[in-house]
Ligand binder design. Structure first.
Ligand SMILES: [Zn+2]
Length: 454
């Protein structure tokens, strides 16, 4: 196997920025990293080389409705009215359409600098709510979409059985999501088969939320995880907190920490509405808080307690969730700005004297890696997946200032992205973009007609 060599003027390694760094790639991995060396004739030369970002939370099919749920409804528009539009898409999509939308989405994620996504996948059955012949059909389609773009994916099949607390029966609009424990176990098994045969695919489990599972079902699903990641939506909405209090006398995070073996394999998606005591208990549990700043803003969920989390050394990552917008810099900017607005000061998520962009980038990357059970660190023996910036228009922005310029200036995006030793983004565009985009446009035209939104 011939090696590919890359020489970077600046590279962000686990120990910090290094200059004149030579990378030797062999197959999917980095064979060697040597700082402070001159480029050699055969080297592919780049300016700024950074590790990729992990995106711990995505619902791929929701990308189809970006921009289609922004018309104000009657009365006060809320998460719950948005969810009605989401159900129209969820109920319309067939497997080919799902794969076309997910492939386009993962392509956009790679162009943005993400290289690993956690797909919290709850759309399981056909449009009538019947299992496909292959019960994991739509997981196959997600894995195929990731494979077609170079994206690493952690499949997080979601267990969903009830419309609200106390085991309430699901509603008609949820028919494609619903499984019993045995059916769900077969979906998890299918995902594990996919992980065995497809590079870049791994598997965790995702009890959807405390309102969608009973305590017995939660513990059965957690038992299926083994050493794999466990993700759950929790405390996203005030109404959810109120309903949980009514059901159990406890708030959702409080109930979860009292009744489930929450540890560093867990990712608590959103965890927006927390008491100070709940925040302390999350930090103690070592779970990652799965923030989704742009979606939380779009849905009006509320402002996270990220300042307290950061100050106590708690883990957090970023997820694109509803996929209304795909941009690493925008997620991190929204997160920091929400904290500035809430607390009335600047550089909230940074230590004294540190670059906010750099600290945010590294914290979110570490938290995302923990949530997905993998690291995107640039190390010998690690995956050859990384992001390259050219930044010709602002050459004074280097190293930490490059990251600050990316996040807060928003004027540039990654020039190139490599995934498992292969360059998949060149000049800011995915190499397969023309075909993927054409298929997506046709699919969207059909979906617009089928949902009555055309
Ligand atoms: Zn979600």
């Amino acid at each position: 196997m011939s090696a590919t060599t890359i020489h970077a003027r600046n590279a962000l390694l686990p120990g910090g920025w290094a200059q004149d760094v030579r990378f030797v790639l062999e197959g999917e991995t980095i064979a060697a990293i040597t700082p402070s060396v001159k480029p050699e004739a055969e080297d592919h030369r780049v300016d700024h080389l950074l590790p990729g970002m992990s995106n711990h939370h995505s619902h791929a099919f929701q990308r189809a409705m970006a921009g289609l749920a922004e018309t104000r409804g009657s009365g006060t528009d809320t998460f719950w009215t948005w969810r009605d539009v989401m159900y129209r898409f969820a109920l319309s999509m067939d497997p080919d359409q799902m794969e076309a939308v997910a492939t386009h989405l993962y392509m956009e994620m790679m162009e943005a600098g993400f290289c690993h996504v956690g797909e919290f996948h709850y759309l399981h059955h056909d449009r009538a709510g019947r299992p496909y012949a292959n019960i994991g059909e739509l997981c196959d389609r997600i894995a195929a979409a990731a494979g077609a773009t170079g994206m690493d994916v952690t499949l997080l099949p979601s267990f969903y059985a009830h419309s609200t607390f106390a085991g309430a029966a699901p509603v008609e609009g949820q028919r494609r999501f619903i499984n019993d424990v045995d059916g769900f176990a077969r979906i998890v098994e299918r995902c594990r088969e996919l992980a065995r045969i497809m590079p870049g695919v791994s598997v965790g489990v995702a009890p959807h939320s405390l309102r969608a599972v009973t305590p017995d079902e939660l513990s059965a699903v957690v038992d299926m995880a083994g050493d794999a990641p466990i993700h759950i939506h929790v405390a996203e909405q005030v109404k959810e907190v109120e309903d949980c209090l009514q059901w159990s006398g406890k708030r959702p995070v409080q109930w979860l920490l009292d009744n489930a073996p929450v540890n560093d394999r867990w990712c608590l998606i959103h965890a927006t509405h927390l008491t100070p005591e709940e925040l302390d208990a999350i930090v103690l549990s070592k779970a990652t808080v799965g923030l989704c700043p742009v979606t939380e803003g779009n849905l009006g969920d509320g402002i996270s307690r990220c300042k307290g989390l950061f100050e106590q050394g708690g883990a957090f990552g970023i997820g694109t969730d509803s996929n209304v917008l795909i941009d690493v810099g925008q997620e991190l900017r929204q997160l920091e700005y929400s904290q500035r607005l809430a607390h009335g000061n600047r550089a909230v998520l940074a230590g004294q004297g540190a670059s906010t962009g750099r600290e945010l980038f590294e914290a979110a990357r570490a938290g995302g890696g923990a949530a997905l059970g993998s690291s995107t660190d640039l190390v010998a023996g690690g995956l050859a997946s990384f992001v390259v910036f050219k930044n010709e228009d602002a050459p004074w922005l280097t190293q930490d200032r490059l990251i600050d310029g990316w996040i807060f200036g928003g004027a540039f995006r990654p020039d190139a992205v490599w995934a498992r030793g292969r360059q998949v983004v060149e000049d800011g565009r995915h190499v397969a973009r023309p075909d993927i985009a054409a298929r997506f446009r046709t699919t969207m035209q059909d979906l617009m007609n089928e949902t009555g939104l055309a």
